[in-house]
Design a protein around this ligand. Sequence first.
Ligand code: MN
Ligand code: MN
Length: 295
Amino acid sequence: MKEKEKYLEAGRIAAEVMDEGYREIKEGVKLLDLANYVEKLIYEKGAKPAFPCNISVNSVAAHYSPDAWDETVIKKSDLVKLDLGVHVNGYIADIARSKIVGGNKSDLIKAAEEALENVIEAIKPGVTTSELGEAVEKTIESYGYRPIVNLTGHMLTRWNLHGGITIPNIKTTSGETLKEGQVFAIEPFATDGEGRVVDEPNAIIFRYLQDRPLRIKEAREILKYVKDNYNTLPFAERWIAHLVPRFKLNQALRQLVFTKAIYAYHILREKKRGLVSQAEHTVIVTKNGCEVTTL
Ligand code: MN
Ligand code: MN
C-alpha cells in the first residue's frame, strides 16, 4: 500500500521533529523561535508542515501559533503543549506532547498520556468512537481531572485534517465504527478546569475555503498565495506576513474571513482558565489493532 508508506514517512518525520522541538521547550525561549525552529526542521527533513506549529501555554488548549511579532517567552512552570503536523504529498501525521517547564511530569500530563495509551490499546476494526471516548473519560477521571468535552481526535484523509469521523474525549450516545485502513489522530485533553474550551476573540491560524470577489487588493494577493501554497491545509498569519504591509494584514484577513474565503481557527482557552494537558499520536487501523505512525 503506497498510501501507508507515505503516512508512515510523515509519522516518522513528525516524531523526529517532536523529539528535537520538545527538547527546546525551555525557560527563556521565545515561542516564535520555537515555532520557526520546528517548521524549519520539517522542511529540512523533506516534508512540509500540515498546519502551523501550535504552542499552547497553560489554559490555552489549542490553535495558538505565534504571529510574526510575538514576543512571548516561555516561563518556568509553564505547562506547554507542542502540537505539530507533517505532510508528505498530503499524507498527514499529527503529534502533540506536553511539558512542565523546569519541572517533573505532572499528574495532569500523565492523565492525558495514559488516556492516549488506553485508546491506542483499544483501537481495532469494529470498535466504536464512543467506546474510545469512554476510555479517555475514565482514564482522565481516575486521576481526578476532566476531559475537554468539546475537543476531539479526528480522522485524517489526504489533504484533509478532519476527515469526517471524530474521536470524542467522552462516552457518547451514538458513534461510528472504525474500519481497517482508516487513519486517526487521537488527542485526549485533560484539565483541572471545567472541561470545556471557549473561543478567544482572535485567530492566528486560518484555512483556505473558496475563491470570493474581494475589494481589497492585499486580500486577493493573500488568497491566491495560500491557495497555491497550502491548498486546503491550515496556515499561520506568520506565513503570509511578508506578502503585505503590516497595517494592511489585519484588514485583509478580516475581509477574507468575513467573505468566507478563509476559515479562522480561534484560539481556544479553557472556560475556567484551568490548566490543560494534551497528548497526541497518529494511528492507522490494522487488521487486529493499530499501528502508531508517530513513534
Ligand atoms: Mn495535533
Ligand atoms: Mn489533531
